[in-house]
Design a protein around this ligand. Sequence first.
Ligand code: WTA
Length: 633
Amino acid sequence: MSNTDPELNKIYYPSKEVIKKATVKDYDSLYKKSIENREEFWATEAKRLDWFKKWDKVLDDSDKPFYKWFTGGQINIIYNALDRHQKNATRNKLAIIWEGEPGDVRTFSYHGLNREVVKFSNVLRAMGAKKGEVITIYMPQVPELVIAMLACAKIGAVHSVVYGGYSVEALAERIEDAKSRILITADGGFRRGKATKLKTIADEAMKRSATIEVCITVKRTGEECYMENDRDFWYHDLMGMPLANTNCCTEKTNAEDPLFILYTSGTTGKPKGLVHTHGGYSVYTATTHRYVFDIKAEDRWWCAADPGWITGHSYIVYAPLINGATIMMYEGAPNHPYPNRWWSIIEKYGINILYTSPTAIRGLMRFGSSWADRHDLSSLRLLGSVGEPINPEAWKWYYEVIGKSRCPIMDTWWQTETGGFMITPIPTMPLKPGSATKPFFGNEMAIVDDHGVEVKAGEEGNLVIKNPWPGMARTILGDPDRYVEKYWEKYAKQGWYLAGDSARKDEDGYYWIIGRIDDVIKVSGYRLGSAEIESALVSHPMVTEAAAVALPDDLRGNIIHCTVTLRNGATGSPALAEELKTHVEKEIGPIARPAFVEFTEALPKTRSGKIMRRVIKARILGQDIGDISGLEE
Ligand code: WTA
């Protein structure tokens, strides 16, 4: 929390210019109001959106913790993201500016984007897509990914986007859990100058999970693809048919109807499909985006994440469209072909707000400031950070070199489960590098011990959220018990949400996130589970047992270290370690590739047979192993 370099302990105050432009000048008074009458606060925000039918009740808490918001109301997020903009000047404004890694550019006005979405909605309907059915999307970062998501939502289908960097087993598992009948994919995408082979991975996944009947493939790289009769269709063929006409009405979904599921890693091997809804999610994402990034109609907004994660769902796609902003999307790697790619994009398109992860910042910082200094970054007004704690050194670099000490950094803490920002500054707030500052309006948090007693200022404890909020995930698909157990059981008596992070709160009420308290591993801001990596390892014929732990890393936040035991007393070798790393990569994806694989005779376990990852980690880091009374041997 405190640094040896006094420069890093400085408080950064907003400039007069920032304050002059800000929508909310005084955090404290609006915060107080939002807490004193939470439902009124959210009702006021909800009224900014267009509803087919107004809600009867803002918050229905009759079945805790299964909270419902805006019950009785009818709303479709697409009506707010697209339809209503067709009626005014926003129609002719750019909705998306997209740049491919090879340098190709495509743009869509709100009118043009809507047209594509309407056409693709008709394609999906022609393929028999029904309201409420889960459609899986597995694509690179191309505009069709956004079009596919929006088309699903428009017809009331539920999208399940699987990040394009995932591989066969991760995709197969998610298709199967959601019992998806329709898959939308692409031949591939470009990353670091190479074409990825998504359709090949999709083919393999479809062999493992038998539910897919229709697969629609977007042509991006032009790679040769296997196309199965009656199952595989080219996107452009379907979009060229008369069935892809421009008449399609937006489904009148209920506020609580599911909008999407998004899988995320938890403590067990099986990923959890978190369910988000049309009503509460629309209100929450649009409101957080508007206040935190002070979105103005003329803004060019760049959230440099991937739509395959919650950050992309909420802040590349939905919130900016609802708010009528112009969205920048870039397909490829930040340092391709050179480390100035991002800075050249900011200059070329006049980007006003950049929102990215600490890992990306640290990665670009490594190349030095001269790459950024060559570009005119004066269009930037605000910066943002998400996904992991930002170390003060990276914060300072981002602030000074990219933001030229003019642009406040919004360090937003939130989760797939929360739908939108939970702890975050607004532009007028004094900033402390490394702190996500204070709760967003309507939210009350605390740092508590295992019994729910609030710890003293500066002490570490469990981060809890004390109230429901509209953007919260409603359940885990097909497993409501797990939803209760994972998030609500620990503090059931108090009715608090357990975030799974440890944190501190300082004397000024600023929150400092430390990291996960469970077996979730954050690598480069990507969320993975120890159990997922372990189950990929034991699917290799040589491996009997495996333990994956996170080790701290200067660049990526954490890296993955695996300890494995081998079958029939086989001995490990550097070649086998490499093979196992590649195996994990092939099953889950490159993001899950372990940095280290070591071999051992036996893993430390409790008497009940649970692997003690904590002990392994302490040993590797040379730390005190702690209480090992539960250790079997
Ligand atoms: C971590 C990403 C520190 C945290 C939106 C959380 C952060 C997990 C921050 C959720 C931040 C996210 N500072 N840590 N600003 N933002 N995290 O579901 O551990 O991919 O629990 O959602 O990321 O990861 P998820």
